[in-house]
Ligand binder design. Structure first.
Ligand SMILES: [Zn+2]
Length: 227
């Protein structure tokens, strides 16, 4: 079973232009270091504040200060050296994914980031949902290449990420459930609706169960924050 309630790997869109993306002289980009200091927030927003690889929200992996600016096309490769300071080559990535990715660029295609077997999916130009799906228990599903390559390189099946995905699913379910229950309870309070007091009590217990499940999911996250 896969979940459709929330959108994992949602499509991303880059803003038309970053606040300042050229030096005053005209044709040269600001340095990467300058960009990292001044415009990382714009890159982060374009990436929906999530790591473009594991789809974790920055708040769940140590906050924005622990995120990194990934060079999608690695500038250390001679063919991409000119992209070192190009903001359109920057992606918001968690430290772990960024480090595991390193300077890997296995695509044998001349221009595309993947060749249909190995390589990467650019979340700004390609729909990651075509490649990845998430089961109701938080397991990642690789639908087609190069998803398998990416998942293996970046260890996207690691237990902590599975837990984050499960927590996201539970939160979405809890929020939808609360919304429905709120209306039902309001109707009972107004002397309308179809629920008896016993049914409302039973629903409340179900709600508590959901909450306890979430607390179980949160516990490892809370303990991680202390380190
Ligand atoms: Zn990541």
């Amino acid at each position: 079973m896969t979940t459709s309630m929330i959108e994992f790997f949602a499509p991303l869109k880059r803003r038309a232009a970053y606040t300042v993306n050229r030096t005053k002289k005209g044709d040269k980009f600001y340095s990467y270091e300058y960009f990292r200091e001044h415009f990382r927030d714009e890159i982060a927003e374009d990436c929906a504040c999530r790591c473009v690889y594991c789809d974790s929200h920055e708040m769940h992996v140590g906050g924005r200060e622990s995120m990194e600016l990934d060079h999608f096309r690695p500038w250390s490769r001679p063919e991409f050296a000119h992209l070192k300071n190009d903001p359109a080559n920057f992606h918001h990535a968690c430290g772990r994914c960024n480090r595991l990715k390193g300077a890997a660029w296995p695509s044998t295609h001349e221009t595309e980031p993947h060749d249909g077997t190995v390589g990467f999916v650019d979340p700004f130009t390609d729909d990651r949902r075509q490649y990845f799906d998430v089961r109701a228990d938080g397991t990642l599903v690789c639908k087609k290449h190069p998803a398998t390559y990416i998942a293996k390189l970046l260890q996207l099946d690691r237990p902590f990420l599975k837990l984050l995905r499960l927590r996201r699913i539970l939160r979405a379910e809890l929020s939808a459930y609360t919304e429905t229950m709120h209306l039902k309870i309001k109707a009972v309070a107004a002397g309308e609706g179809s629920l008896t007091a016993e049914q409302v009590a039973a629903e409340w217990l179900k709600f508590r169960e959901y909450q306890q499940l979430l607390e179980l999911c949160d516990a490892p996250l809370d303990s991680q924050r202390g380190h």
